[in-house]
Design a protein around this ligand. Sequence first.
Ligand SMILES: [Cu+2]
Length: 104
Amino acid sequence: MTLTEFAVGVPQRAFAPGTYTFTARNQGQTIHALEIVGPGGLDERTTTFRGGQSEDLTVTLQPGSYELLCPVGNHRQQGMTTTITVGGDSTAGSSPQQPTAGGY
Ligand SMILES: [Cu+2]
């Protein structure tokens, strides 16, 4: 995961259920943190850390949709948010965030 002004970068958007340790790298010029919010009341975050530093965040992902965001100031509103999907299989491309297209 990378944190910059103002975006959260993820290497992939589809994950299999399981426990992961995400390393959030602050590649920006100011302080950031990584927070993950998801099903079942999951809400975990790193401490706030400076550019050039990194923090680990260990979370157990269940099937569903998770938001990764920066909780510092108004960074989330400025674009530091992204969504990942945890599925029961590894078939990518079925994001619940996508509206279902008609006509098929
Ligand atoms: Cu931030």
